[in-house]
Design a protein around this ligand. Structure first.
Ligand SMILES: Cc1cc2nc3c(=O)[nH]c(=O)nc-3n(C[C@H](O)[C@H](O)[C@H](O)COP(=O)(O)OP(=O)(O)OC[C@H]3O[C@@H](n4cnc5c(N)ncnc54)[C@H](O)[C@@H]3O)c2cc1C
Length: 572
């Protein structure tokens, strides 16, 4: 087993990880990054969601490209809470609005070039090597910090003694196990998009941070809330900016028939639902906009979508809206002739709103264990567009500084080898002995398809029971029919275990929440029920068994539903 040692270990290579690393270094800590695949190379394993060229809208309502306030922070704060429908963390949202301007200015100083006068956007360009450049810019800074970057390092579990994190274990792509002793660990592993067949998350985003934190004794919350959006399924996935479209959208199933009206509750028409969806950009769904997602997804479940699960949409009215030329240009660049052709779309997973429960220093209830970016929980039942990238910088930076402080109190006690080996060497040996037929990559498509059908858009008790059954049976397959054909399969098997653990949390939280709120829609409980569900759902693990419970983070201060939805428009 390889051994490493550091003060602050940052797990991940996305924008939240890079911010944490620089900040911890500035506080005088020795820093190490453990990254799946290659660090800062877009398009390969290891590139996080941050490097997706479509992740380019920043802090839309809060600050402009130079960090100046665009809208009053208190209004943005109120909108964030309203969008979260009582489920967002008000303290963390407050920190966000107060510090995001500083984060933008800090990035500008590092060399970030925001490319719009109005919005802090930064479209990918040749200059940014075809990627959103937060990671590239910060990678260059990290090169001067003495940080040891350990690549092809798949962290599989945290080492915890007496509720204090002591480091992490993992496996390299070549099958070599390792242990990193650390005074503090920052989890920046992104979200869990890879649980779903249709997702924009890169291959490494398998919910590892959520699953590891849970096993280590931390709490997760709001995991039933996920953003979802419309994107093309074929010939390749491209997000569709619905705010550029004529409403009501002309949507047709494979039989060429309109269908959205079949999914609408009484009193709603297609135009109203289409308008709401457009206002929300593509990914928010706290109101009747969700019925458009239900309809598109529902047609696929009923076998009325194309062989690519696609619903036809007519985008030929793309000459309107906020930035029509950019939209048409964008679609053309991706090979779509939207003036001539109908385009096939479906509902994709976009981001996870919940995550590890942290305090205002970003520490979980396990001392020394921090979570940042999409791995932390702070957003509510729905969220405003453009807050995730800004949040990754604000909270990533804060966590790095606090982690450096905590690392100084690192207990000197030596860890028994047997304890570390039980976490990584033994499970690896057991996996290698398996003589089954299913490699992890053989199992993944089935899991992703099932969870996309049962967990992402509309669900009910029956579908959720089916999701749980699949999870249980898949765990049996992992135990009895796993095949390890090459060293990389070991890391992939750990990832698959994590996908199952997170799927179970989402399933059980969604089952417990017998109402519809924000992005969480229950066909058997289609109304919001504040009397019984003005509460968050927390998940913990005790002796390997998952427990979910109601616990409201706003119990003491309450939350008032403000009629009229958000005040600053658009989007989100
Ligand atoms: C298509 C798309 C468009 C988006 N658009 C916007 C937008 O316009 N505005 C906005 O605010 N947000 C947007 N988002 C969301 C936003 O991009 C993400 O929430 C944010 O980038 C997450 O950053 P992160 O650093 O937390 O995680 P990521 O950037 O996803 O990085 C996670 C990193 O952790 C690594 N990792 C994971 N597990 C392990 C492990 N076990 N061991 C070692 N390394 C590991 C991964 O390989 C990766 O390097 C978009 C997301 C997508 C997918």
């Amino acid at each position: 087993m390889k051994r490493y040692e550091t003060d602050v270990l940052v797990v991940g290579g996305g924008g939240a990880a890079t911010a944490s690393t620089i900040s911890a270094h500035e506080k005088g800590a020795r820093t190490m990054m453990a990254v799946k695949g290659r660090f800062g190379q877009p398009g390969v394993r290891g590139a996080g969601a941050t490097s997706n060229p479509m992740a380019d809208f920043w802090t839309i309502r809060t600050v402009g490209p130079k960090g100046g306030f665009f809208n009053p922070p208190e209004l943005v704060h109120a909108d964030m809470l309203q969008t979260g429908l009582g489920m967002a963390d008000p303290d963390l949202c407050q920190i966000f609005v107060e510090e995001v301007s500083t984060a933008i200015k800090r990035l500008r100083k590092m060399g970030m070039d925001f490319q719009s006068k109005m919005l802090a956007t930064m479209p990918a360009s040749e200059k940014t090597k075809g990627t959103n450049n937060i990671v590239q810019i910060q990678k260059a800074v990290i090169a001067g910090t003495g940080t040891e970057v350990v690549e092809q390092a798949n962290i599989t579990d945290l080492v915890v003694e007496d509720d204090r994190v002591m480091g992490a274990v993992g496996v390299h792509d070549d099958g070599t196990p390792f242990f990193i002793r650390a005074g503090a660990v920052v989890l920046a592993t992104g979200g869990v998009g890879q649980l779903f067949q249709y997702s924009f998350n890169p291959p490494g985003n398998t919910g590892d941070g959520y699953a590891m934190a849970l096993r280590a004794g931390a709490e997760l919350f709001n995991m039933e809330f996920m953003q979802q959006g419309i994107a093309t399924t074929w010939p390749k996935p491209v997000m569709v900016m619905l705010y550029e479209m004529e409403e009501p959208y002309r949507l047709l199933n494979r039989e060429g028939k309109s269908f959205v009206h079949e999914y609408l509750p009484e009193g709603l028409d297609v135009k109203e639902v289409s308008n709401l969806k457009a206002f929300h950009w593509p990914v928010s769904c706290r109101d009747a906009a969700i019925h458009l997602d239900r309809a598109i997804h529902g047609e696929a479940l009923r076998g009325r979508a194309t062989d690519h699960d696609g619903i036809f949409i007519d985008l030929s009215q793309g000459e309107r809206g906020f930035q029509p030329e950019m939209f048409v240009d964008f679609m053309t660049k991706h090979g779509f002739d939207i003036a001539q052709d109908l385009v096939q779309v479906q509902v994709f997973h976009h981001t996870s709103n919940g995550g590890v429960r942290v305090d205002t220093t970003n520490m979980s209830r396990v001392r020394g264990l921090f979570a940042v970016g999409e791995t932390m929980g702070w957003q509510g039942a729905d969220r405003l567009g453009g807050t995730m990238l800004g949040g990754s910088q604000v909270f990533g930076w804060r966590a790095g500084g606090y982690a450096a402080d905590i690392a100084k109190e690192q207990p000197k006690a030596s860890l028994e080898d047997a304890r570390i080996e039980a976490l990584i060497v033994e499970p690896l040996a057991k996996m290698k002995e398996t003589k089954g037929t299913k490699r992890p990559e053989d199992l993944k498509p089935g899991l992703q398809r099932h969870m996309w059908k049962k967990l992402l858009v509309e669900k009910d008790a029956e579908q959720l029971a089916s999701a749980q059954k699949y999870i249980d049976e898949e765990r049996d397959r992992m135990a009895n029919d796993l095949a390890i054909a090459e060293p990389m399969d070991l890391a992939l098997a750990f990832e698959h275990r994590n996908l199952l653990d997170v799927a179970e949390v989402i399933t059980q939280a969604a089952l417990l929440r017998e109402e519809s709120r924000g992005s969480h829609f229950r066909g058997d409980f289609p109304e919001r029920d504040d009397a019984n569900f003005l509460t968050n759902i927390f998940a913990t693990k005790r002796s390997g068994t998952l427990e979910v419970r109601k616990q409201w983070i706003n119990e003491e201060r309450g939350w008032e539903d403000a009629p009229g939805d958000v005040r600053i428009m658009p989007w989100g």
